[in-house]
Write a protein that binds this ligand. Structure first.
Ligand code: BDP
Length: 618
C-alpha cells in the first residue's frame, strides 16, 4: 500500500476509534435494575491494583493482564488504603475478574462505573472500550461484543488523577488561590480511584426502555404527571401503571419515532413535601403486540418547585432551606461510597432539624439522592466547577468550559427524576483575577466570564426548565455572576477570614451586604456557606477563634441576621462535618475543621445549639 493511503486509513481508523470512545450521557439515565428482563451484577470487592508512575502500562500492554499487583477495595479512594500512596495522583491500574452467566449470551450487556477520579480508560478481555473524563458521575459502555458468557471475564481500568489547570476542578494553577500540597485549586483532598460501585448489567436485546423523564405538577387536589418514554428496538406500544394512590392508575401508549409521552391525572394527590415525602411507584412496560419486552420501575414524587422575588416555593408555598454544605469524605474510604455513613448522615440531618444540603462540590453517589427522596430532604445539586478562573491560558479555559457542559449533561441525565433535587448549581466560587476581600466586590467583571456562565445556565435550562439554577458566589466576587441565577447563593466568612475574631462586626457586614445585594438583584438569597474552623474540645469562656464557643456564636449571629430579612430563603452552614484537605498552613493536620460534626460524626457544641434552634416549632 502506498504511504499516503496507509496514513489516511490509519487516520480514519483512529478517528473512528476516538469517536466511538466517548461515553454518552444518555447511557446513564436509568440506573441498572434487576427484574424479569434485566439482570445486575455488583462488582464491588477486592480488586488488583498497580501503580504506573512511569506511565509504561499502555506500551507494555498491561491491559492484557496485570502482574505484581496488590489488593485494593472497590469502591474506595486509593489514597488512604495503603501506607505509601496518600499523595500519589499519577497513573494506576485496576483489574478484576468476574464470571458472566451463560444466559447473558442472549442479552445486551453493559458495564457501568459509578465514579472514577479523574480520567479512566477501560478494557474488557483486552479490548479497549473507551475513556471517560471527570470524576463524581457514572459512565457506561456496551460490552456485548467483547464479553464472554459462561466464562470468567477480565475488566481492567487505567486511572489517573493528575491536577491540571485544564481540568474541572482545577489544580496546579501557577497563580493558584492556595499554597498547598497536593496543589489542588480547591479546599478538599483530591481523592483518587474507583470511588463508587461498578456494575455489569443486561438489557433486553430486542427492545429496551432507554430513558424515562418524569415531570410533575398539580392543580387543586389533582396531581399532573407527564412521562416521556424513549425506547430502542421493536416495541411499538406500552403501558404505564402508577401505584400508591387509592387505586392503581394505568394508561396505554404508542411510540412514535421511538418516543411516547403519557399524561396522567392523579386524583386526591399526595404531594411530595418535607413533612410527607410521599412517593408513588411508576411501572413502565413496553410491548410488541401483547408481549412485554422490557420493564422499568421508578419512584415518583409529585411536587413543584418555583421562585418569587423573595422565596423558593415548594408546592407553591415558601420554604426556608436549613442545612449544610457537605462532602463525601470519611477516613480510609476517602471519597469512596460508604452506605453506613450515608445512613448516619441522614440520621444526623434529621436529628439536627435540617431540611436540605448542597452536594458541595461535586455530585454525590446515587444513594444520597434516593435517601433524600425518601426522607424529604432538598438537594442543591452541584457540578465540580469549583474555583474556576478566567485569566491565564485560553485553551485551558475552553477545555474547562467543555467539561462543565459535559458534567451538567451527565448530572441532568442521572438526577432528573429525583423530587429531592430542586436546584442545579453550575459553579462554586469562581474567582476574579484579583480577590478583594471587602463587601464592595472585586475587580471589574471579565466579559468572557459572563458569556461562559450564561452558556452554562442556558445549557442546563435547555435540558430542564422545571428546576431552579444557581451559581455560588465568593466573598468579593462580581455581583454580575451570581445575578445570572434564579436564586442568589453566597458564601460568606465575615468574622473569620475578614474581621477575624470579631463576630459582631462580621455579622454587621453581612447585614449591610445582603441588603445591598437584594436591592440590586431582587432575587431570593441563600447564604450557602458560613462557618469557622473549630477544634473539637477547645473552649474559652469568651468566644475565641477555633473554640466551640466561637463557632456557636458565629452561627447564631448569622442566623439572627437572616431572621430579619424576608428575602433570605435559606442558610447552609459550612460544613456538615470536618473533612480532609490538602496540606497547607491554614489546614491544621490537613483537615478543614468547620464541621458542626467531627469527621467521625460527633456533635460539636454548635450541633446541639442548632438542634434546639432548628427544631423549635414556629
Ligand atoms: C469556601 C469554599 C469551601 C471551603 C471554605 C473554607 O467554597 O470549599 O472549604 O470556603 O474556606 O471558599 O472553609
Amino acid at each position: 500500500m502506498k504511504k499516503p493511503i496507509l496514513i489516511l486509513i490509519l487516520g480514519l481508523l483512529s478517528f473512528c476509534n476516538n469517536a466511538m470512545a466517548q461515553t454518552d450521557p444518555k447511557d446513564i439515565a436509568l440506573f441498572p435494575q434487576q427484574n424479569q428482563f434485566r439482570s445486575l451484577s455488583d462488582l464491588s470487592g477486592i480488586w488488583d491494583f498497580k501503580k504506573d508512575p512511569k506511565n509504561l502500562g499502555i506500551q507494555e500492554r498491561w491491559f492484557e493482564g496485570l502482574t505484581h499487583t496488590r489488593p485494593i477495595a472497590v469502591p474506595g479512594s486509593w489514597n488512604e488504603q495503603f501506607t505509601d500512596s496518600r499523595d500519589y495522583l499519577d497513573v494506576v491500574w485496576y483489574e478484576t475478574k468476574t464470571f458472566v452467566p451463560q444466559g447473558w449470551i442472549s442479552e445486551e450487556v453493559w458495564l457501568r462505573l459509578g465514579s472514577v477520579n479523574y480520567h479512566a480508560t477501560v478494557w474488557v478481555n483486552g479490548q479497549r472500550l473507551g475513556i471517560h473524563e471527570g470524576g463524581h458521575l457514572p459512565f457506561a459502555f456496551e460490552v456485548s461484543q467483547v464479553i464472554k458468557p459462561g466464562r470468567k471475564n477480565t475488566i481492567i481500568v487505567r486511572v489517573e488523577n493528575e491536577l491540571k489547570p485544564s481540568r474541572v476542578p482545577t489544580g496546579n494553577v501557577p497563580k493558584g488561590f492556595l499554597t498547598n500540597y497536593p496543589k489542588a485549586n480547591f479546599d478538599f483532598f483530591p481523592y483518587a480511584g474507583i470511588n463508587r460501585k461498578v456494575w455489569l448489567y443486561t438489557l433486553p436485546k430486542k427492545a429496551k426502555i432507554k430513558d424515562i423523564t418524569v415531570k410533575t405538577d398539580f392543580k387543586n387536589t389533582v396531581g399532573k404527571i407527564s412521562i416521556e418514554i424513549e425506547k430502542i428496538g421493536t416495541a411499538k406500544s406500552g403501558e404505564i401503571t402508577l401505584v400508591g394512590g387509592s387505586r392503581p392508575l394505568t394508561k396505554s401508549f404508542k411510540f412514535s419515532k421511538g418516543k411516547a409521552v403519557v399524561e396522567i391525572d392523579v386524583p386526591n394527590v399526595e404531594l411530595w413535601s418535607l413533612e410527607n415525602p410521599f412517593l408513588y411507584d411508576l411501572k413502565v412496560d413496553i410491548k410488541d403486540k401483547q408481549t412485554v419486552l422490557d420493564h422499568y420501575e421508578l419512584p415518583v414524587g409529585i411536587r413543584t418547585i418555583s421562585v418569587n422575588e423573595k422565596s423558593i416555593l415548594l408546592n407553591g408555598k415558601p420554604v426556608f432551606l436549613k442545612g449544610f454544605g457537605k462532602h463525601e469524605d470519611f477516613p480510609i474510604f476517602g471519597r469512596g461510597v460508604a452506605n453506613p455513613v450515608i445512613i448516619k448522615d441522614y440520621a444526623l440531618l434529621k436529628w439536627i432539624g435540617a431540611n436540605s444540603f448542597r452536594t458541595s462540590h461535586y455530585p454525590y453517589d446515587e444513594e444520597y439522592y434516593r435517601m433524600a427522596d425518601r426522607e424529604g430532604i432538598l438537594i442543591i445539586d452541584e457540578i465540580p466547577a469549583v474555583g474556576l478562573f478566567f485569566h491565564g491560558d485560553q485553551d485551558d479555559l475552553a477545555e474547562r468550559q467543555r467539561m462543565c457542559k459535559q458534567y451538567l449533561e451527565e448530572l441532568y441525565y442521572r438526577d432528573k427524576n429525583h423530587p429531592s433535587v430542586v436546584m442545579w448549581c453550575v459553579a462554586n466560587e469562581p474567582f476574579p483575577e484579583k480577590m478583594n476581600l471587602s463587601p464592595e466586590g472585586g475587580e471589574p467583571t471579565d466579559p468572557n466570564s459572563i458569556v461562559a456562565f450564561k452558556e452554562l445556565f442556558d445549557h442546563i435550562k435547555a435540558l430542564d426548565d422545571t428546576r431552579l439554577t444557581t451559581l455560588v458566589g465568593v466573598m468579593g466576587g462580581p455581583v454580575e455572576w451570581i445575578g445570572l441565577a434564579d436564586v442568589v447563593c453566597i458564601n460568606r466568612y465575615w468574622g473569620w477570614y475578614a474581621q477575624s475574631g470579631e463576630i459582631d462586626k462580621g455579622a454587621a457586614v453581612l447585614n449591610q451586604e445582603i441588603d445591598g445585594l437584594y436591592a440590586a438583584l431582587k432575587k431570593p438569597i441563600i447564604v450557602s456557606e458560613f462557618g469557622v474552623d473549630t477544634f473539637p474540645g477547645m473552649h474559652a469562656e469568651q468566644p475565641e477563634m477555633f473554640t466551640e464557643e466561637y463557632q456557636k456564636e458565629f452561627i447564631k449571629a448569622y442566623l439572627d441576621v437572616a431572621d430579619t430579612k424576608d428575602f433570605v430563603t435559606g442558610m447552609h452552614i459550612w460544613a456538615f462535618a470536618d473533612f480532609k484537605t490538602s496540606q497547607g498552613i491554614i489546614r491544621f493536620g490537613g483537615i478543614n475543621y468547620k464541621g458542626v460534626f467531627t469527621r467521625d460524626r460527633k456533635p460539636k457544641m454548635a450541633a446541639h445549639y442548632l438542634k434546639k434552634r432548628w427544631n423549635k416549632k414556629e
